[in-house]
Write a protein that binds this ligand. Structure first.
Ligand code: HEC
Ligand code: HEC
Length: 282
């Protein structure tokens, strides 16, 4: 009787240890890159996915997107490693959250809408027409990066399953003066003391950076992103440091966002102008 009383929990505990070790091993052995789809889709779809990948990497220079960009940033400037970094505004799994409720627009938006919104705000540019090639290509690329993710439309926010986690510290606790010192020590080498950027890093304030309608123009959002994204390869800022630096960066001037100035002419806000190849008119 006493024996049984003893062995049961012991066996249970041993089993638990074996199980946790196993799952820990599985987790650590699973390389993060396995989150990526193995191959491009065949045919024209694969071509469009690759095109989207190129645009995300060189947005302010790419011939299909540069006309819609108003700064020196690319999508990958914030969606690190072309959106494949699992933490820094990851694109992995994002398509599974859409259509999603957007409190800002007060309506349900599609993934394509969400992509186009980043053009107006984070890229300080003009919203490309719905259905345009640039829009479809980027959306196809992000959807491809979501291969295998279970559809779970987000009814609260237009954000995917790996979105940047908010900090636990209140944004009001930020102190610009401390942030200035930290910026000089940890950021200025790449982003310059003037914030205008160097060959090692893009502009973080001024006319060539994101405008004040962008998510990162809010100190809490910037701090949460910095915590998982900067400095590249050594993301060791504490929450307090990230907040102080965010307040310092955002204390400088940047373009002011006025929605009307970022919309294309009415007739270009939604298009269907891809001609089917020699299809008979119906
Ligand atoms: C200045 C930084 C910045 C730039 C440049 C930028 N974005 Fe974003 N974007 C963000 C942030 C921050 C979020 C919110 C992400 C989060 O909370 O995880 C976001 C969100 C998104 C989302 C929604 C993600 C989700 O989890 O649902 C999409 C899609 C997106 N961006 C696409 C783009 C595309 C496409 C480009 C280039 C045309 C771009 N962004 C350029 C900062 C940026
Ligand atoms: C070693 C160089 C380096 C350091 C140090 C560094 N960054 Fe960056 N930063 C980059 C690069 C490169 C990118 C763009 C990522 C890409 O294109 O892959 C970037 C992107 C950014 C962005 C988003 C795009 C933009 O320009 O608005 C912000 C904001 C930013 N960094 C802020 C900071 C802050 C604040 C620090 C200090 C805590 C910092 N960075 C430290 C290189 C650096």
């Amino acid at each position: 009787m006493q024996r049984r009383w003893l062995t049961l929990p012991v066996t249970g505990l041993a089993l638990l240890i074996v199980l946790t070790t196993l799952s820990a091993q599985e987790a650590s052995e699973e390389p993060q890159k396995s989150l990526l789809p193995e191959a491009y889709p065949p045919g024209e779809l694969g071509t469009i996915v690759k095109l989207g990948e190129e645009i995300v990497a060189r947005t302010h220079e790419h011939p299909l997107s540069k006309q819609y960009i108003g700064n020196k940033l690319n999508c990958t400037s914030c969606h690190l490693e072309n959106g494949t970094n699992p933490q820094a505004a990851s694109f992995l799994g994002v398509a599974s959250a859409y259509p999603a409720w957007s409190p800002r627009e007060k309506r349900v938006i599609t993934l394509e809408d969400r992509v186009l919104n980043c053009f107006m705000r984070s890229q300080n540019g003009i919203r490309p027409p719905l259905g345009s090639k640039v829009s479809v290509a980027i959306t196809a690329y992000i959807t491809w990066l979501s291969s295998g993710s279970e559809i779970k439309m987000n009814h609260q926010k237009p954000l995917g399953p790996r979105h940047v986690q908010p900090l636990s510290l209140q944004a009001e606790l930020a102190e610009e003066r401390r942030g200035a010192k930290l910026y000089a020590a940890r950021c200025a080498d790449c982003h310059d003391a003037s914030g205008a950027g160097t060959s090692e890093g893009p502009p973080v304030w001024g006319t060539d950076s994101y405008n004040d309608g962008a998510g990162l123009s809010r100190n809490d959002k910037l701090a949460a992103w910095l915590k998982v994204a900067m400095p590249p390869g050594e993301t060791d800022l504490t929450e307090q440091e990230a907040l102080d630096i965010a307040a310092y960066v955002n204390s400088h001037s940047r373009p002011h966002f006025i929605l009307e100035e970022h919309l294309p002419p009415v007739e270009q806000r939604g298009v269907y102008d891809w001609q089917p190849a020699a299809a008979p008119a119906k």
